[in-house]
Design a protein around this ligand. Structure first.
Ligand code: NI
Length: 257
């Protein structure tokens, strides 16, 4: 089977894979999966992303600190955590910083989130690495950070509006990834976004084990399910599934490799 699926964002370190992780991961290439970017959310999971990338040739690692893993203030002042992440960038299979970003859905102090995001954006700028951004109900502030750094970045599981979509490309070398939510019955904005995003800016992702597309909604997600997301996007855009997979794979290679 031709390997056209590029999963731009996943978390195979999640405990939901504890019982059969190796079996699932090993089966992905024969299901059409070309590459997977496993994302860290703190130092420990960043190390695990690297371990997967060492074990499986088609895995690559992103290393970073998620807003939900904000370190305590003493550690943030010391810069120790950012130096730890910076050191991991030397590894040849680390292809991005992430995931990081802003999350205003959960009650996480904003000043700490801003410091953490700012430092990782600066690190990305200093090292010319792409950065994977989580933006949950924090669109305005995310835009401000993009304006400040103009990064090479992936807005993962993009949840902004089509108006914001027009704006983001002015503030850096920006890519958008869509996941299972585009297949959900009540999806309105993700469907509009899937139609409007320029074809050379679109990537596909799972955010596995979360956000499994229909017909597997609510079940554990894995990279082979991207085919359902690709089918839905093909339908929305009036393209063939193969073309959606080819273009998104090409875009992901341009972003990460
Ligand atoms: Ni994620």
């Amino acid at each position: 089977m031709e390997q056209l699926i590029f999963d731009a964002h996943a978390h195979y370190d999640d405990e939901k894979f504890d019982t059969d992780r190796d079996e699932i991961i090993s089966s992905l290439p024969e299901k059409g999966v070309f590459a997977v970017i496993n994302n860290g959310v703190d130092y420990a999971t960043s190390l695990r992303s690297i371990a997967f990338a060492e074990k499986y040739p088609f895995f690559h690692a992103a290393v970073g600190i998620h807003p939900e893993s904000v370190p305590d203030m003493d550690m943030m002042r010391s810069d120790q955590y950012i130096e730890q992440i910076a050191a991991l960038l030397e590894h040849k299979k680390v292809v991005a910083i992430g995931e990081t970003g802003l999350d205003y859905y959960w009650d996480i102090p904003k000043p700490e989130q801003h410091i953490l995001f700012d430092k990782q954006l600066r690190l990305a700028a200093d090292t010319c690495m792409p950065i994977i951004i989580h933006d949950r109900e924090a669109h305005a502030d995310t835009l401000e950070f993009l304006k400040k750094y103009r990064p090479k970045a992936l807005l993962h599981c993009y949840s902004g509006s089509c108006e914001m979509l027009k704006e983001v490309f002015r503030y850096g070398d920006i890519y958008i990834s869509l996941g299972g939510t585009v297949t959900f019955k009540n999806a309105r904005v993700p469907v509009e976004v899937a139609r409007e995003v320029p074809l050379d800016r679109l990537l596909l992702e799972t955010d596995a084990p979360y956000l499994s597309p229909v017909p597997n909604r609510g079940k554990r997600n894995d990279s082979s399910h991207i085919i359902y997301t690709a089918r839905r996007i093909a339908e929305i855009r009036g393209m063939s599934v193969e073309d959606v997979l080819k273009h998104t794979k090409e875009n992901a290679c341009r972003l990460y490799f």
